[in-house]
Design a protein around this ligand. Structure first.
Ligand SMILES: [Zn+2]
Ligand SMILES: [Zn+2]
Length: 135
């Protein structure tokens, strides 16, 4: 048995592969459902509107994007960057090119970073319902 402290609430829990405890995970899940429902009703809402409409923290909404559970709808208003080359991406952590590069050879040539200004107010989302049930 592996006992750890939840990295969010600090409570002790039985570690089962996740960095946060089951009750924080349940909270995340409820927040995600709120966001998803809001976006069904308000497709193309901005980050700020989603936050206002659901009460879910903007950082958490961005986390859902990082996890690939939500996707930015409009190509011109991307808020995420590929963690390798810095190019703007719609969802997840890496651009398609880096993801396939990593698959081919992890240490292959890395593209020069190409930073773009982050536009805070105009990002638009749509829901992608591809939260895989891995467990
Ligand atoms: Zn917790
Ligand atoms: Zn990339």
């Amino acid at each position: 048995m592996d006992i750890r402290n939840c990295t969010r609430c600090g409570k002790i829990y039985n570690y089962d592969g996740f960095k946060i405890c089951p009750s924080c995970r349940r909270e995340d899940e409820e927040d995600f459902l709120k966001v998803r429902e809001y976006l069904y009703d308000n497709p193309g809402a901005t980050l700020h509107e989603v936050h206002e409409g659901t009460g879910v923290d903007t950082n958490k909404i961005i986390e859902f994007l990082r996890q690939g559970r939500l996707e930015v709808a409009d190509d011109s208003n991307l808020i995420l960057e590929c963690e390798i080359c810095g190019v703007s991406i719609r969802t997840g952590r890496f651009c398609d090119k880096c993801a396939s590069d990593m698959k081919r050879e992890f240490s292959s040539a890395i593209k020069r970073p190409e930073k773009k200004p982050i536009q805070k107010e105009k990002e638009r989302f749509r829901v992608i319902d591809r939260y895989e049930k891995k467990r």
